[in-house]
Design a protein around this ligand. Structure first.
Ligand code: COI
Length: 354
């Protein structure tokens, strides 16, 4: 890809944050990748100093919410090399989100080449501390100034980089999840399966109410029956009941997670009994009562594998595996991280080296 590059001068580079205290998404690297869309085509991309955009107050994203994003990571792993995990799968999902939101698709190969060039320049931002990675956030927003409700004709696509630690303050430790039947995140036929900003905006009220009561996250139920389990907004959810690994199917209202897909493939390879099927909160409670609920965990790029220690539903606490990390959650976490950091042979073609 023919892109223009404007570098920050050495004396203006930002100081690097403490790698052992990164939190999530608080720091941003020195450069970003940008590309604009107008006259029906993507223009030449640019790598430029990280900085503010100047956009028109009538930019359509500010009014009607055409905004999509992705999340993937660069890992500093074996032999100090930098690894990327299924990057083109993230960009393919980005294009599916774009199609759903009537936004222009990107050329995956060209954009991937741009991201690699950006990472080459920002190599020093990929942390080495245990559990730390460089989070990559491709985003597209509608910038055309117009107030009619229709697809915009102008967009900015950009990629920013943020060195991150664990997404949840708990790190790789069991989280407490609040199951809400008061709010819903998405509905079939809506935009739940697109990684679009509005889905996250819609989740905030339930999240703050749950956090005020001491919970880490919210588990969403189906908008119609308010019983079938959907996802945790920042991760997909898995249950182990009677030695069966169960996750809700991609019904249209949940995010088709890359980590979700990786877990399914790894678990099937291990010969586990894996099913994508409808599972209700009542079934989980029943399994907890009869002792067949073995593990619950979430899976996502930011969350990696996140064990669930308890679920709280209608004044009832469902404690999972004595509140401890389950065997399978630990094994999947270890295996996935070994692949992502390049320590395990990549037999599936999931990993690219920078
Ligand atoms: C991710 O896992 O990358 C996400 O996008 C979740 C979140 C931080 C919004």
């Amino acid at each position: 890809m023919n892109i223009s590059i404007q570098k920050v001068s050495a004396e203006n580079l930002k100081p690097k944050p403490d790698e052992n205290n990164l939190g999530f998404g608080k720091y941003f690297s020195d450069h970003m990748f940008t590309m604009t869309y107008r006259d029906g085509a993507w223009q030449k991309g640019a790598i430029e100093p990280y900085g503010n955009f100047s956009i028109n107050p009538a930019s359509m994203v500010l009014h009607y919410g055409q905004a999509i994003f992705e999340g993937l990571k660069a890992y500093r792993g074996k032999d100090e090399q930098i690894y990327l995990f299924r990057p083109k799968d993230n960009l393919a999902r980005f294009n599916r989100s774009a199609a759903r939101m009537c936004m222009p698709e990107i050329d995956i190969d060209e954009v991937y080449a741009g991201i690699r060039q950006l990472l080459e320049i920002e190599q020093d931002w990929v942390p080495s501390a245990k559990g730390a990675t460089l989070y990559i956030r491709p985003t597209m927003i509608a910038t055309e100034p117009a107030l009619g409700v229709r697809p915009a004709k102008e967009y900015i696509f950009f990629v920013i980089l943020s060195p991150v630690g664990a997404y949840y303050p708990e790190g790789f430790n069991p989280v407490k999840i609040f199951v809400t039947d008061k709010y819903v995140r998405a509905v079939r036929g809506g935009v739940g399966e697109a990684k679009t900003a509005g889905n996250y905006a819609a989740s905030i009220m339930a999240a703050i109410e749950a956090q005020a009561q001491g919970f880490t996250q919210v588990l969403w139920l189906d908008a119609c029956d308010r019983k079938s389990i959907e996802e945790v907004g920042t991760m997909n959810i898995f249950f182990v009941i009677n030695d069966e690994l169960i996750t809700p199917p991609l019904s249209g209202s949940i995010l088709p997670g890359i980590t979700r897909d990786s877990v399914l493939k790894i678990a099937r390879e291990w010969g586990l009994n894996v099913v994508e099927r409808n599972i209700t909160i009542d079934e989980v409670i029943g399994a907890s009562e009869n002792g067949s609920l073995q593990e619950v965990f979430g899976a996502g790029t930011a969350a990696i594998i996140s064990p669930v220690g308890s679920l709280y539903y209608k004044d009832q606490e469902i404690v999972v595996n004595g509140g401890k990390t389950g065997e399978l959650s630990q094994k999947l976490f270890d295996d996935l991280q070994a692949i992502q950091f390049g320590y395990k042979d990549d037999v599936k073609g999931w990993v690219d080296v920078l």
